[in-house]
Design a protein around this ligand. Sequence first.
Ligand code: HEM
Ligand SMILES: [Cu+2]
Length: 533
Amino acid sequence: MITASHAEHASGHYLSHDWTLRGWLLTVDHKRIAWLYAASITGFFFLGGLAALLIRLELITAPGDLLSSETYNKMFSLHGIVMVWFFLIPSIPATLGNFLMPMMVGAKDMAFPKLNLLSWYIYTVGGIFTLAAVIAGGVDTGWTFYTPFSSLFSNSAVIAAATGVFVVGFSSILTGLNFIVTTHTMRAPGLTWKRLPLFVWANYATGLIMVLATPVLTVTLLLLGLERGLGIGIFDPALGGDPLLFQHLFWFYSHPAVYIMILPAMGVVSEIIACFSRNPVFGYKGMVISIAAIALFGFVVWGHHMFVSGQSLYAGILFSFFTFLVAVPSAVKTLNWTATLFRGHIWFSAPMIYALSFLGLFTIGGLTGVFLAALALDVHLHDTYFVTAHFHYIMVGGAVTAYLGGLHFWWPKMTGRMYSELWSKVAALALFIGFNLTFYPQFLLGYSGMPRRYHDYPEAFEFLHILSSLGSGVLAIGYLLPLVYLGWSLWRGPRAPANPWDAYGLEWLADSPPIKHNFTETPKVTGGPYVYD
Ligand code: HEM
Ligand SMILES: [Cu+2]
């Protein structure tokens, strides 16, 4: 049980005053910073999405007839760089996490509100560098910046783009730091670790990965810049370097980084599934241990990206083994969500449709990851559309779907407004259908030998590519619709009560939208989370 008072406030809420530029750009309120991030990542999401649509347009026909191969390379690089570094990494933590972490632990704000604002500014500076790279003609290295292509051969705007990613890493570190310290020091009386909502646990673990892994990426990009800009030999064998070193360093960060994308998504889904099946999350302790295990083992599997790079077979066997191992806690979580649904009173609200979509799509993404972790199979599947489909099932089907689910779940809290039930369900279904139509054919394409990152292909692959491109049109509708009805709800939506879903959690005790410092008095916690009956 949790208690607190939330009397009506004549003084108004966090959005009701100070709508000056200064009031927004110099705010240290975690809730407003969440909106600054939300606006920025939405912009990047649609920029990346535009590039994706151009890619899918090119691939409708077998010959490379819409974009030249150079432009095509720049298009998928733009898509990957923007989506991974400027949308997915910040997405849930920087928006929903920023808004909710302090509220869920019963605090007034983050531990370091000014660092929180600084992290958004750093993100913005990074974003400007990357946009400058695009304006300067684009980058063609892919989001992975592999050497020796990026350091020696590419004559596109590598330095500007890599600098953007280098800079944005610092914002990620600051966000992570804030999550860690906030969880440790700002919890309300009675809110012990064993009573923390899973969303808080997930973001806490994500914070640890952000702080521990991101510096490796930062250094790697710095080394790349030193070699490309000053000719210092690090990755170039002619100068005494080793090109594979780049891949090791890059994936040492970027594999854990995929858990930066998925752990917060898992946190969101836990909250939604518990609420809309009116059941406590099955196996809370197992869920927390799984979060920790994923964060920990995520650090020892990076070599699964390098099975065919010539690394030693023994290394390959170990990396394969650990990769199978990391799939176990993911499976535990999936089974526990399913058990939570079992005998629940399921309410098919829009957030729940997103959460259920996540469950199915994440499972397919995870299981195909297990295929890829098998050494022999990966020789056949590496660098094909099978890999593309695998990670899109997780990063888009999983993380983006959960982000939208969370946005719909907490929208009434964040804005004080309700949105159209009908349209939100239509959008969630369009997403599910469009997503599968786009990416399921890519498994078949990859398995039959279609390599990734090519702008033309044999005619035999045309039918599946057409399906995939059609699907991307439906998917685009699924993403554009929320922009319309959520935007509309801001002006015309009915007022939201403090707890429209009858959900548990400290955030629901606050007003909708919350007052500036969230609670009138610090809430007291006397029991565990998810006391649904
Ligand atoms: C559930 C356990 C998972 C397993 C067993 C797994 C396994 C793998 C393997 C073996 C590869 C390398 C394939 C290759 O390049 O030949 C791979 C690639 C990839 N995976 Fe996963 N994965 C899992 C979860 C995830 C998650 C949670 C994400 C993202 C949130 C993710 C994102 C990616 C990405 C982005 C790539 C390809 C990167 C690139 O080459 O551009 N995976 N996965
Ligand atoms: Cu990986």
